[in-house]
Ligand binder design. Structure first.
Ligand code: SAM
Length: 225
């Protein structure tokens, strides 16, 4: 069996009891970065061996991993943080495992997209997840254009180094839409910033953008105080 195990996105208290048991009972834990995941496993007292599965080796290692699964081994896949498959390379192994008739078992828990969305104040009954927007402004603006007539809440991940450029593009393409930025979710400095792109740009001029971020918008809805 292949288990997809969600791990905390900051607060280690978000590790579920089931996740701990699955990681402890697995024959091997596949992870993106052994330094990151070893710390987590040590914290929960699990000594299952770690093996690397990431974007750069997924094509090379997947056939052997599928063989091991077919031979009856229990493999647990985790990522640096959150739910495997959301903006990381898990999909490739999941697809190949399913093609080989292996059972894939989700072990749910934290994910930045659901944590951000549910506390955003924007409608979360229907939403579109866009992963990371393109790094280059011209392509990013083309993607932002497609949000103009989007009725559902749009959610994407962004880095603090690029957020000001993204907000400037949002101002130019989308105008005075309400944007919510969820920052450092589940950590000590967790915060939700709400405002139009110019208001958020003014905020970041005074306070340098830092930490992990989820950006959300809904063109038909305002949730500022
Ligand atoms: N698989 C993960 C999940 O389920 O959320 C996401 C992996 S993706 C490679 C990493 C991005 O998720 C970060 O760059 C950031 O945009 C977002 N993210 C992860 N943890 C976060 C947190 N604690 N607060 C805000 N955003 C977070």
């Amino acid at each position: 069996m292949l288990y997809l195990v969600a791990t905390p996105i900051g607060n280690l208290g978000d590790m579920t009891g089931r996740a701990q048991k699955v990681l402890s009972d697995a024959d091997v834990v596949l992870c993106e970065d052994t330094r990151v995941s070893r710390k987590l496993l040590q914290h929960i007292g699990v000594d299952t061996p770690l093996s690397v599965y990431h974007d750069f080796n997924k094509e090379k290692v997947t056939p052997r991993l599928v063989e091991r699964l077919a031979a009856g081994e229990r493999l647990a896949l985790i990522t640096d943080a959150g739910t495997p498959g959301i903006a990381d390379p898990a999909f490739y192994l999941v697809r190949e495992a399913i093609r080989a008739g292996i059972q894939v078992v989700p072990v749910p828990g934290a994910s930045a997209v659901t944590a951000a969305l549910t506390a955003s104040g924007l409608p979360c009954d229907r939403f579109v997840f866009e992963n990371f927007l393109p790094p280059k402004s011209a392509r990013r603006r083309r993607v932002l254009e497609t949000f103009k007539h989007e009725k559902r809440t749009v959610v994407f991940y962004e880095s603090p180094h690029r957020i000001e450029k993204v907000l400037a593009d949002m101002r130019d393409v989308l105008g005075d839409v309400t944007v919510v930025i969820a920052r450092e979710l589940t950590k000590i400095h967790e915060e939700f910033l709400r405002g139009t792109p110019p208001e958020l740009l003014a905020h970041f001029e005074k306070k340098m953008p830092r930490g992990e971020m989820v950006v959300m918008l809904n063109t038909g809805y305002h949730c500022t105080a």
